[in-house]
Write a protein that binds this ligand. Structure first.
Ligand code: 8YV
Length: 320
């Protein structure tokens, strides 16, 4: 810990960006948290109050500059399992602790990944548009799509969410393979040594690896080419894990069969070239966005804060 516990509990709790309403309410009422202003007032706030802040609670991330403006910061409590928007390199040397929200969102993200896979294979969103445009009523037939049951699915990143996806796909009779930094011993799925190998032998690849520098463009042009015109990509991880330019080119030229994308490199901006493509499902980063899961994430954020203020430890710490 960077500060003594007394010094932490004396300090200001800073809310960075919007959070779940439960968390915001509780932060304000129980902890008297202050929200970091945006726009021109931000710099003045940091000048005046930055040195009082001991804990930051964020769903929007924290860059090195903001961390640097908070000299007494002892913990960052992140709403979300992914913490790639928090500059970990700026936390480490100062011994600032970090927590995230694992486990509580595993099922919902896995559900969405499988939902995206089914949508893009069977053309659910596209056929919904077909009906609404009146094409069915006009006597036209929606083109035949691809079968999900029995498909060969590669999972890129066999962590908690990857395993939950694999488990669901087993019920569909899919053949599951995976690529992971490390081989996982206790699973019955085939291990692919590289993402290219994974894609080469799959009808679809589901991307569920954490974001950040280590996985930047892991799904390269070569991986996309290995999936090919009959292959599909589902991304519920981070936009940064996929070479988005290569993906857009492959989709617009027919070099990739289709994609279901919940995440993008520059959210909320989505490449407009994809808007007209019926073989692409575009989602607004909703992996964990259910009433139940977001409430559970908010509660876990609050538990981490409560524990940190009580004894300087975290319920779900990120090992740094
Ligand atoms: C939300 C997520 O984007 O947990 C994550 O890493 O990507 C999602 O659950 C995030 O929690 C919103 O702040």
């Amino acid at each position: 810990m960077a500060c003594t516990l007394a010094a932490v509990t004396d300090g200001v709790i800073l809310q960075v960006g919007g959070l779940h309403p439960t968390a915001e309410r509780e932060l304000a009422t129980t902890y008297g948290a202050v929200r970091l202003p945006s726009g021109p007032e931000r710099a003045a706030f940091l000048d005046e109050r930055g040195a009082d802040v001991t804990v930051a609670v964020t769903g929007a991330g924290m860059d090195a500059e903001l961390i640097g403006a908070l000299p007494r910061l002892a913990a960052v409590i992140n709403l979300g399992v992914g913490y790639d928007s928090v500059d970990v390199a700026a936390l480490k040397p100062r011994g600032i602790a970090l927590s995230n929200t694992p486990d509580v969102l595993t099922d919902c993200v896995a559900d969405l990944a499988v939902g995206g896979l089914i949508d893009v294979f069977r053309g659910l969103s596209a056929s919904d548009r077909f009906v609404r445009r009146g094409e069915w009523a006009a006597g036209r037939k929606f083109p035949l799509q691809r079968r999900v049951s029995g498909a060969r699915v590669g999972i890129l990143g066999l962590g908690r969410i990857g395993r939950a996806i694999a488990h669901r796909l087993e019920a569909f009779g899919c053949t599951v393979a995976y690529h992971n930094r490390r081989r996982v011993d206790d699973v019955p799925y085939a291990y692919a040594a590289t993402p290219v190998e994974l894609a080469h032998d799959a009808d679809a690849v589901i991307v569920v690896t954490p974001g950040g520098t280590g996985t930047q463009a892991l799904v390269s042009a070569e991986v996309i080419a290995a999936l090919g015109p009959d292959g599909y990509l589902v991304n519920v991880a981070r936009g940064s894990v996929v070479d988005q330019d290569a993906l857009v080119t492959a989709l617009t030229t027919g070099a990739l069969g289709g994609a279901a994308l919940d995440v993008f490199t520059d959210e909320p901006r989505v490449p407009e070239e994809l808007f007209a493509l019926d073989n692409v499902v575009l989602l607004p980063h909703i992996g964990s966005a259910t009433v139940e899961t977001r409430e559970a994430m908010a509660q876990l954020v609050l538990s981490n804060l409560e524990r940190f203020l009580a004894d300087g430890t975290l319920v779900t710490p990120v090992p740094l």
